[in-house]
Ligand binder design. Structure first.
Ligand SMILES: [Zn+2]
Ligand SMILES: [Zn+2]
Length: 64
């Protein structure tokens, strides 16, 4: 399993909602992580699948 920089990122990157199958549909889901490309993003809840790519952890500040 992937090791994340901190427990916050671990929690949010692995966040799974029972109600919303699509992570972009869930208002509680704020981080999207693509393991294949090691790509982190903050989900923009505009009804589509927008995200802002991030290179540093918003919680601990480490490089992602
Ligand atoms: Zn972190
Ligand atoms: Zn949800």
């Amino acid at each position: 399993m992937k090791e994340f920089c901190c427990e916050y990122m671990d929690y949010h990157a692995n966040f799974n909602c029972d109600i919303h199958k699509n992570p972009y549909d869930c208002p509680d889901n704020i981080i999207i992580f693509y393991e294949k490309s090691n790509d982190y993003g903050i989900i923009i809840h505009d009804g589509g699948s927008s995200r802002i790519e991030i290179n540093f952890c918003p919680w601990c500040g480490k490089k992602l």
